[in-house]
Design a protein around this ligand. Structure first.
Ligand SMILES: O=P(O)(O)OC[C@H]1O[C@H](O[C@H]2O[C@H](CO)[C@@H](O)[C@H](O)[C@H]2O)[C@H](O)[C@@H](O)[C@@H]1O
Ligand SMILES: O=c1ccn([C@@H]2O[C@H](COP(=O)(O)OP(=O)(O)O)[C@@H](O)[C@H]2O)c(=O)[nH]1
Length: 500
């Protein structure tokens, strides 16, 4: 395991080591803070319920952080997914979890509003128009303060605190002000926009200032880190040298150096590989193919139902290929998993209607009594089923219009332990920086996307093996443990001021 955090054999502090505090709160010397905890509250018997009233939270952030947190001695601070419900700190799946409460208003204004209807579209190339509301911003500040307070209460003296993602960009500064003893890291899982787009945000200075409270700010791509540093210079007048931002107080004195760097996130390679070799999962993959009538080619898309994922572009390309006779129902089937996401946000509601309308149209036009063109699944599946789907699919389609990383792409490649199959990958997903042997394409170019799909469908086993081997090696050499270790080691490095 990485050197920067202690593993489970070390003990956490049962009483306060923070000067002046005599409470008997459990304190931690390593803490992760994210909007979501790895599990969501659910009603008994609801889909995904693990039998104890909890289900796995959606999305790649949880996929990436959970393996590290089950293996290290620390706490995870986050929301437990149920509005207006108070939950005491608890353990689940070998992790110590510290819940932060959100009211229904907080969910509406901070989570659905500022996080997912202002920041999310702004940071993803304004694919949907961002909305700017002062009441949302007020709620964002208030809720960020609540997360910071939860850390202040439970972090040991000198603890390492790793804040995650765009929902909590003000937390690093709040922590530095309240607890200058802490080592503070921040990782942004989504893209950071160029200053020309970031400029639209009425609270742009406060956001940059919030992030600069960290000692190290991590991004998925070096272009994201570059965008952030350009914004720090442009909107705060910060002095930026190489990867260092010199942060000054109101008197102009240097308070600290915040570094900004890319740390591309990855997956738990060992876990996915083990699952892919399990006889029952291999059998399940065979069953999936058989249930679809054993077509020659199964194409697969797996996404949260999000407008950033380019599901509409994918369906358009697929429909044209059917229409032009390049693909034929019976020979080919597209499985599209669209897992439910942010369902109360207007743009997501509209997207669902649009995607389901298109799928209905394609199936109505091309289905036969025996075979379907698109097997559309608006569900969230456990990882075992995901791996069975990866094994069943000859071609994986990742057509994001913009995506921080896209772990699905890395999972597909990892699951193909026989080095077969083909990955069609958008150049706008962070994963494109690492998976250079994928069939990279621009999803806005529908003809280019169609060409890539047909190249994947027709790819020779030799070419598949060559590409897959190279991509598998990249992922095997850079799994999620490397990601967390690289980040945490960099966070703990002594910083030498760069004045060049
Ligand atoms: O928490 P939700 O609002 O339900 O959304 C789920 C997560 O979506 C986003 O995931 C991102 O993180 C992945 C891992 O780094 C990355 O591969 C992907 O490209 C990102 O979109 C979001 O950033 C998370 O905060 C959410 O929990
Ligand atoms: O039904 C589903 C759909 C997705 N996932 C997982 O959700 C994560 C999605 O991460 P990604 O980075 O691709 O996208 P995000 O949803 O975070 O934007 C991956 O680990 C998937 O295996 C899952 O477990 N069940």
């Amino acid at each position: 395991m990485h050197g920067a955090v202690s593993d489970k054999s070390d003990t956490k502090t049962e009483s306060s080591a923070v000067p002046g505090d005599s409470s008997d709160t459990t304190r931690y010397d390593f803490m992760v803070v994210s909007n979501r905890l790895p599990v969501d509250r659910c009603a008994p018997g609801e889909p995904g319920d693990d039998g104890s009233g909890w289900r796995r939270s959606p999305g790649g952030l949880v996929t990436a952080l959970a393996p590290m947190m089950t293996r290290t001695d620390g706490a995870w601070v986050g929301w437990h997914g149920a509005a207006d419900e108070t939950v005491e700190p608890f353990s689940h799946g070998g992790m110590d979890l510290v819940p932060v409460q959100l009211s229904s208003d907080d969910v509406e204004l901070y989570y659905e509003g500022f996080s997912n209807a202002t920041l999310w579209p702004l940071y993803h190339d304004v694919i949907a128009p961002p909305e700017f509301h002062r009441t949302w911003w007020d709620a964002y500040r208030t809720v960020n303060r609540r997360f910071a307070d939860a850390v202040v209460r439970t972090a040991d003296e000198g603890a390492t605190v790793w804040v995650q993602d765009y929902q909590l960009q003000l937390v690093p500064r709040m922590l530095r002000q309240a607890r200058p003893d802490l080592k503070i890291g921040f990782f942004n899982h989504i893209p950071f926009p160029p200053p020309e787009i970031f400029a639209q945000l009425p609270w742009r200075q406060a956001i940059i200032d919030g992030l600069l409270g960290a000692d190290l700010v991590g991004f998925q791509r070096s272009s994201d880190a570059g965008n952030f540093m350009r914004s720090a210079r442009r909107f705060l007048g910060a002095s930026v040298k190489q990867q260092q931002v010199h942060v000054k107080d109101t008197e102009g004195d240097l308070t600290h150096i915040a570094r900004a760097q890319a740390f591309p996130i990855s997956i738990d390679v060992q876990h996915i590989t083990e699952l892919a070799r399990k006889p029952e999962i291999i059998e399940r993959a065979r069953q999936i193919r058989q249930d679809l009538g054993n077509p020659k080619t199964i194409l697969l898309g797996v996404d949260r139902l999000d407008y950033t994922k380019g599901i509409g572009h994918r369906l358009k390309a697929y429909e044209e290929l059917l229409n032009e006779g390049h693909l034929k129902v019976g020979d080919a089937t597209l499985i599209q998993v669209a897992s439910p996401s942010r369902e109360r946000v207007e743009q997501y509601r509209l997207l669902r209607e649009e995607v389901e309308g298109t799928v209905g149209h394609i199936n109505g036009t091309y289905d036969t009594i025996e075979n379907t063109a698109v097997r559309y699944l608006h569900h969230s599946y456990p990882v075992e089923e995901m791996v069975a789907l990866y094994l069943a699919a000859d071609v994986m389609l990742v057509t994001a219009l913009r995506d921080g990383m896209n772990l699905v792409a890395k999972e597909y490649v990892t699951a193909r332990t026989n080095n077969d199959g083909a990955l069609v990958l958008s150049e706008f997903a962070g994963a494109a920086d690492q998976l250079k042997q994928a069939l990279l394409m621009n999803p806005h170019d529908i003809d280019g996307l169609k060409d890539a799909v047909m190249r994947a469908v027709k790819m020779s086993p030799k070419e598949s093996a060559r590409r897959m081997r190279a991509m598998r090696k990249q992922i095997l050499d850079h799994d999620v443990d490397h990601w967390s270790a690289d980040f945490l080691n960099a966070l703990n490095e002594k910083v030498i001021r760069d004045d060049s």
